[in-house]
Design a protein around this ligand. Structure first.
Ligand SMILES: Cc1ncc(COP(=O)(O)O)c(C=O)c1O
Length: 449
């Protein structure tokens, strides 16, 4: 970190910080002491340098450069410090951005709501509530579904991830640590996510008769069909990058309609064009009643959106929070959406995804421990197994591969599910970057087996 940034910390009152303290060990220990965050794996990752980085290149505090394929957990649409985005941000530095959008109108929020309604699937009239996180975007949709339907129960999947607070946590089921001991905020009927590599019903996708959908029909018959909404990710992210077959997603949608329930697509991770369409549900030709968006919609700032059918809420003050697409964030989000259109990023993401998957399929042929490779656009998973025949999950091996990828191969990468490596790079990733990422994964696997 250069002197300018160290001086800045001094100006903020932290005189004890100097060049000698710029080590991963020092800052990891200090962070562990101060922060209650429990998702950090400090055994694997160093402390990031907040003053350095460009595009898909990220640095730790000791100056080590990494190729980033996390996209900041799918948050950075255009990577780090994307020049055109920074230029736009600088050009709006003087606007009044401290205007609480839920209580008073300002133009950017309205324009953003109109734009989001236009780009999300379905020509029906929609309304939007902006939030500060993906979990709250999910909860806004849930509250509206309860409000409009008068029903209080939901259908969700296993695995599924929808957030870690309140109602959203009640839908989540991807890791027992998220839920253990916390009360269930809302009543949820849970069925298996369509996971064809490990079909819970022992079927083959080519000739299956959608037992997963039929099982939900049976569950609704015996447990009651007073369901506000069926909530589904179009591609399960945290649960292990699982791509469901479109016929199953369509089956769940039809079943929801048959039982008079809303269908909700959680697009917090898979939305915003990541899969080559604005929403992952469009890849399945499904138009949800509700859509939750988050992550990349805020261009690196905290923002989410609950999108629902008119009137969305039955009366005034049924739902609100203090912050809501304040002018600066609203404008930044509009810029991201426009830049994606102008730069044809939906097509690029789809194409780069196909290229990524092709290389990873070749890697799968090489390594007995890669059981499955799957994804849509720039949302890809590699599932690690003991061997291809037994398909026995290999969570420890996955952890070792990730550790080697990060620490030895300098690939900034995350896991998902129990035994999957997750690739959600920023949309500016090039074919050369993808070649480089696959080579590094290849080396990390060789170092780990
Ligand atoms: C599909 C999905 N829904 C909801 C969330 C929760 O978003 P947030 O962490 O912003 O609350 C996530 C976060 O990873 C997600 O992947």
């Amino acid at each position: 970190m250069d002197d300018k940034h160290i001086r800045l910390l001094h100006e903020l009152g932290f005189d004890d910080i100097d060049e000698k303290k710029m080590t991963n060990e020092y800052w990891k220990a200090r962070a562990a002491d101060a922060l209650a965050i429990t998702t950090q794996d400090r055994d694997v990752y160093g402390c990031l340098d907040h003053t350095k980085g460009e595009g898909v290149r990220i640095f730790d505090i000791e100056g080590t450069e990494y190729l980033d394929v996390t996209g900041g957990v799918a948050v950075r649409a255009f990577g780090l410090r994307y020049k055109p985005y920074l230029d736009f941000e600088m050009s709006i530095v003087d606007i009044v951005h401290e205007l609480p959008g839920m209580d008073f109108d300002a133009i950017p929020q309205t324009l953003l709501a109109e734009k989001i309604s236009r780009i999300t699937p379905g020509t029906h009239k929609k309304r939007v509530v902006f939030t500060t996180s993906g979990g709250r975007a999910v909860e806004g949709c849930m509250k509206s579904a309860i409000d409009l339907s008068g029903k209080k129960r939901f259908v969700a999947f296993r695995p599924a991830f929808h957030g870690r607070t309140g109602y959203a946590l009640a839908l989540t089921a991807s890791n027992s640590r998220h839920k253990y001991g916390f009360p269930q905020g809302v009543d949820v009927i849970r069925v298996a996510y369509p996971y064809c590599y490990r079909c819970p019903y022992g079927q083959n996708v080519e000739d299956c008769n959608l037992e997963c959908v039929e099982y939900l029909r049976y569950v609704l018959q015996v447990e009651g069909d007073d369901i506000a909404a069926v909530v589904m990710e179009g591609l399960a992210g945290e649960g292990g990058l699982i791509v469901p077959p479109s016929k199953a997603v369509q089956g769940f949608y039809k079943l929801a309609k048959e039982f008079g329930a809303y269908f909700m697509g959680d697009e917090v991770q898979a939305g915003m064009g990541r899969t080559g369409k604005w929403t992952s549900m469009e890849n399945h030709d499904v138009t949800p009643d509700y859509i939750s968006m988050g992550k990349a919609i805020g261009g690196g700032y905290p923002m989410g959106a609950s999108i629902g059918p008119v009137p969305m809420f039955t009366g005034p003050s049924r739902h609100s929070e203090t912050f809501s697409a304040e002018p600066k964030m609203g404008l930044l989000s509009l810029w991201i959406l426009k830049h994606m259109e102008d730069g044809d990023y939906l097509r690029k993401n789809a194409e780069n995804g196909v290229y990524f998957l092709k290389l990873l399929d070749e890697l799968k042929e090489k390594h007995e421990v890669i059981g499955d490779v799957r994804g849509m656009g720039l949302m890809i998973g590699i599932e690690f197994v003991k061997d291809k025949k037994s398909k026995e999950k290999a969570p420890k091996l996955r952890d070792t591969i990730i550790k080697n990828a990060v620490q030895r191969q300098k690939l900034w990468v995350l896991g998902a599910g129990q035994n999957v490596m997750r690739l959600t790079p920023s949309y500016i990733i090039t074919k050369e970057n993808i070649d480089e990422a696959v080579n590094r994964i290849d080396s990390a696997i060789k170092e780990s087996i």
